[in-house]
Design a protein. Sequence first.
Length: 370
Amino acid sequence: MATLKDVLNQNVHVAAPQLCERLDGNRLRCYACGHQCPIPEGQAGVCKVRYNQNGELFVPWGYVGGVQCDPVEKKPFFHAYPGALAYSFGMLGCDLHCGYCQNWVTSQALRDPRAVSSAQRIVPEAMIGEAVELGARIVVSTYNEPLITAEWAVEIFKAAKAAGLLTGFVSNGNGTPQVLEFLRPWVDLYKVDLKSFDQGHYHQLGGRLQPVLDTIRRLHEMDFWLEIVTLLIPGFNDSTEELQRMAAFLAGVSPDLPWHVTAFHADYKMTETPDTTPEMLLRAAEIGKSEGLRFVYAGNLPGQVGDLENTFCSGCGELLIERWGYYIRAYRITAEGCCPKCVAAVPGRWAKRFEGQIAHLPFLPDRSYR
Ligand code: SF4
């Protein structure tokens, strides 16, 4: 019987030339993520999905691990087209191996024998046709790390753009200048999961802090719409000192960067750690504000975090968007993207008018792609 690796190796394409460099001895340097693996002939990179065969870099193509329709608030983007439906696809594999991953069944599919996943062959036109039919405004590569399948995401996003849709990445931010240049024409929204501000912690997850920080700076400079999420894990990344340094860094990039601190619950290999409480989120959010961030949100505990699910004008304090979880209760931003009271511009990407929500909870499309 064919293994998942066999199946994936039948669904490949040659890497984009911008994301591959020839080294000596038939090795290839991959630039799709911050590992920048030098890959010897016959071997795969750290992610296990990009590999060197006969001196060519082969990369995933022509499949998805799954599709789901999410409110854009779930990604989370709070300053980008509130209420829009985000047609979201995931692939298999990851460049990191976080012990608390909530999507480990797909992200660790090639590393962990317990992660049993399958690949569904698909063409971009079928996906985008379904996205349009369902009323989605945004197509998002998410659930696993999209950087490692950047070429395939761009192929899907080309079809999305042709249909007038917006696009987004939900990523760990372990990028390179090369991959960001490659993505820039095709990606509108970018969420980075900043997991810690400590190199030792990143090492435990299989990555490095510096490429993530460099990517956050570049994404902002390159005018992607950027939001940052930190899953607050008790005892891992929640010390006052670490949160202060993290928030100060983000405020230094831009005080207008939305920062979402979200609640952890036990998952995968991290089952002994207690869940994040509302009080822990409130404390982290307070640190974010005191370091100068203007838009700080607390997530995953709807109705338990005071007004930290809502958006307020940073100029006059007017309530602009009222939320409960992913549900938009009230929307008051003007057609020009401004506060209705003081007319200050609200940072973000706004539709001319709020058109309601097709769904405020995730749902699966009612037919498969098999
Ligand atoms: S995507 Fe990252 S982990 Fe995978 S081969 Fe390229 S550089 Fe290595």
